[in-house]
Design a protein around this ligand. Structure first.
Ligand code: DC
Length: 232
């Protein structure tokens, strides 16, 4: 497989903090494909609801209030000409930074359990990938969004390894966090992602497992192109 390969759909799901988005982005770059961060869409919905004050009144606002907002939410991706990366937009506003805050991370799990939110996001994700040539990462890409994706990966790593990576990421952002807290948060996110009723995180039957606990990103890239070298 190389950048002349036919326009495939590559679905990358897995546990949080396994490096899915870094990996998906690099694969997309290598193949000259579009990279789509489906988590960013759930984060953008969450940001909109926060800005509308829905979370001021309750930790988990009434589902109907969130559903009422849905028709007013317009999410798109725009290529930043300077970085070459896709940025998430709410209406015409780039919100790439705003959706990565801890406050949004704290509320997004709730928003992503709402079936109506998921239906709207899945429709948008399918629309973006209509022409193929896309690498999409998330939790339900290989199971729900693209059950017929040409390549499906399921990424995991030991919780301790993920916590070390997450702590380093936070440190780089100037946030010092206790290791125990970081690992607890990772385990909690695993439980929420895998335990929710609608589209829980699970490995699709035909997805290939990648446990990157002891792999560098270079080794993972090599593994990908060796594993799928026969894919046309
Ligand atoms: O990958 P991330 O941490 O940016 O995802 C943000 C949240 O959205 C996380 O709580 C899981 C959820 N999510 C989801 O339910 N389905 C997806 N396809 C992608 C993310």
């Amino acid at each position: 497989m190389n950048s002349n390969s036919k326009k495939l759909i590559i679905a990358i799901d897995g546990h949080s903090s396994t490096g899915k988005s870094t990996y998906a982005k690099l694969i997309a770059e290598e193949l000259n494909y579009l990279y789509v961060d489906s988590g960013a869409m759930y984060r953008a919905v969450t940001l909109h609801c926060m800005e509308k004050g829905l979370f001021d009144k309750a930790e988990d606002p009434d589902i109907n209030l969130v559903i009422n907002e849905l028709s007013k939410i317009h999410i798109s991706f725009r290529r930043n000409p300077e970085t070459g990366q896709n940025e998430t937009c709410l209406e015409d506003r780039v919100v790439e930074k705003e959706i990565r805050t801890l406050a949004v991370s704290g509320h997004v799990s709730y928003i992503s359990t709402i079936a109506e939110v998921r239906t709207k996001m899945v429709a948008l994700q399918r629309e973006i990938g209509t022409d193929g040539g896309v690498v999409m990462d998330g939790r339900d890409i290989g199971t729900v969004v693209y059950p017929k994706a040409h390549i499906k990966l399921f990424m995991t790593a030991e919780a301790e390894v993920r916590a070390v990576r997450r702590q380093k990421e936070l440190e780089e952002k100037g946030i010092a966090e206790d290791f125990e807290k970081v690992i607890e948060n990772i385990q909690k996110r695993d439980r929420i992602d895998s335990g929710r009723e609608v589209s829980p995180l699970r490995q699709a039957d035909d997805a290939i497992l990648l446990d990157n606990s002891n792999m560098t990103i270079e080794e993972q890239m090599k593994w990908f192109f060796e594993t799928f070298s026969d894919t046309p």
